[in-house]
Design a protein around this ligand. Structure first.
Ligand code: ADP
Length: 227
């Protein structure tokens, strides 16, 4: 369970308000989209959840833990519960698909045996088992994003945060990425996705939190894109 309790975030002594009195809960296994115009507060909200920045007011809980009270030394362990996917993929260009995914496990101190078992499984889950030795420049945008998703899930996080994951993709690749995120969600991982893509939201038919000027404007169980 993720619980934002009256979270506000302001910068420059209150001159710039990024979040204002934001309250919501996300249950385990939910698939939630966060929508809103540029500047609505979506990135700030994700930063709070990743404990990359602190709220000016209010509390963010993960289960019973106030995540902004986690000592610095324990933050890496907390962050391992969350896999991240970005619009621009953030793959290492000089590593193959396999090596990009393996690197995330190495960074987590996993054994060679675990890596040899889990990396092919993660790449199979994103339907890339035939391209595991391709470098990013030998992959399409959609394929690169699927490598990034494999990397995000390989350490079996509780939550996937996908920040505009289809922002750079054509409609077919967008459809494929959304299907894979749905599959990962069906397997039990909570998915939190920001998007500007009306088609994605309407196709998903899942919960939508609409942000506007730092506030939650709407929170619809089976939402439509209404901006
Ligand atoms: P979104 O991701 O929805 O585009 P952001 O969370 O990036 O929105 O930003 C929300 C508001 O907070 C914007 O008005 C932005 O200018 C402001 N903001 C975000 N980060 C900072 C910062 N580090 N310093 C000052 N203002 C910021």
């Amino acid at each position: 369970m993720i619980y934002f309790d009256k979270v506000s975030k302001w910068y420059n002594g209150g001159e710039s308000v990024a979040l204002e009195d934001v309250t919501f809960q996300i249950a385990p296994h939910e698939f939630v989209s966060i929508v809103g115009h540029s500047g609505a507060g979506k990135s700030t909200l994700l930063k709070m959840l990743l404990a990359e920045d602190r709220p000016s007011d209010g509390t963010v809980f993960y289960e019973s833990t106030d995540i902004h009270k986690i000592p610095r030394g324990r933050l890496p362990k907390f962050r391992r519960k969350i896999g991240t996917v970005f619009q621009d993929f953030k793959l290492l260009p000089n590593k193959t698909a396999y090596e990009n995914v393996a690197f995330a496990m190495e960074a987590n101190g996993r054994s060679d045996e675990e890596i040899a078992e889990n990396v092919p499984q993660a790449l199979e889950l994103v339907d890339l088992d035939d391209k595991i030795f391709n470098f990013p420049h030998q992959l399409s945008g959609g394929e690169r994003q699927r490598v990034a998703i494999a990397r995000a899930i390989v350490n079996q996080p509780d939550i996937i945060i996908a920040d505009e994951p289809t922002g750079n993709l054509d409609p077919i690749a967008t459809y494929e990425v959304v299907q894979i995120l749905k599959k990962i969600n069906d397997l039990g991982t909570t998915v939190i996705m920001t998007t500007h893509n009306k088609g994605v939201i309407d196709e998903l038919g899942r919960r939508v939190i609409t942000m506007d000027r730092g506030r939650v404007l709407r929170d619809d169980e089976s939402g439509k894109y209404v901006l």
